[in-house]
Design a protein around this ligand. Sequence first.
Ligand SMILES: Nc1ncnc2c1ncn2[C@@H]1O[C@H](COP(=O)(O)OP(=O)(O)OP(=O)(O)O)[C@@H](O)[C@H]1O
Ligand SMILES: [Mg+2]
Length: 399
Amino acid sequence: MFFLRAKYIRRIIAVLEEIEKGNLQQRINIYSKGASGRLCQAIDRGISALSAQINVLRKEAAKGNAILTNMVEGVIAIGSDGRILSLNPTAEKVFNIRKQDAEGRLFLEAIRNNDISEIINRVLKSGEPLAIELTLILPVQKVFRINASAIFENNSVSGCVLVIHDITQMRRLEKVRSDFVANVSHELKTPLTSIKGFVETLLEGAIDDKENNREFLRIIQEQAGRLDALSRGLLDLASLEEQGIALKKERVNLKELADNALIAFEAELKKKEIEAENEMADNLLVSADKNKIEQVFANLIDNAVKFNRQRGSISIYAEETADNKIKVTVKDTGLGIPAKELPRVFERFYRVDKARSRSLGGTGLGLSIVKHIIELHGGSIEAESSEGIGSEFFFTLPK
Ligand SMILES: Nc1ncnc2c1ncn2[C@@H]1O[C@H](COP(=O)(O)OP(=O)(O)OP(=O)(O)O)[C@@H](O)[C@H]1O
Ligand SMILES: [Mg+2]
């Protein structure tokens, strides 16, 4: 016969009641010899094993939770009855809904989106994964890719998980790239068509037309020059956009660089009777890539000459800024840029007057190359302009 003392029984019941409440630290702690002691110790071992397993499960759950909470993607879990089981903070933000208002409710009640509700129903029915793209205004327009996959339990669908990726930036970059390709093709096509046309005309007999043949050849030469400028501009941009491009930095004198750049424009300046003044101080030194900054001056001066009026002027001056940078200004008295066009002039191929720029041999790449170079140096560039009065382009460079 096996007797368990009343006080042991009370102790066992008290401990089990604590365990029931979730207090897994409790043990019976009775070590008497004989069957009662062994029973109590066996129960204690059982509690310890159970508590260890529960701890492992808690840690796993906490890990899962931490991952879900910190995910950039939105995640929503839905039960087989179409009710939301849980959602992470990103999903709360995307759909502008609070966890406590969403969990337990039917998807369509909590988030009024028919397209998503439709794919949830299809996934719950078929078990096959599905994906859709969705544009939401929140309040800015964003594009999301939503992947829905089934959760299986014992070979049958027990729910569905939605993963929501924000692909706005990716779509934007794709558009920039495809616009760029379209622009390049267009820019290449124009001079090529012209060259082809005039070569054909010459071959068909115009070569013997003493009055026009030289003019046709001059046009061909001009268009070949455009193709050359375009390919050089594109190569410059491509090399500037390369990740981790190395600048050959050295101490350079800004006034000297501007003077070097100005020399190349002597003939043009004379032809247009433009007064160009380099008012920079002699001692402005910055740590920069000499050739690239000279190219910046050349491109800005080229614009200041091209878009200037007859007998206009250009001045280049510089000052030190409060944050230890040098701010250089290239100012002209040209036709100016309309205010609404101003923010776009640094875009590739953007020209206020395409026909005019083309006839001046422009590719529309000059300012975007300038912007790239300045930003690679840790500086920035801006422009101000008054139509009919002139423009100012100013860039900063760290010393
Ligand atoms: N100083 C300026 N005055 C008036 N308009 C300007 C001036 N600088 C730039 N722009 C406008 O901005 C556009 C873009 O300039 P950008 O230098 O990139 O191209 P571009 O000069 O036309 O071609 P490229 O530089 O290849 O010769 C120009 O076509 C012109 O419309
Ligand atoms: Mg230019």
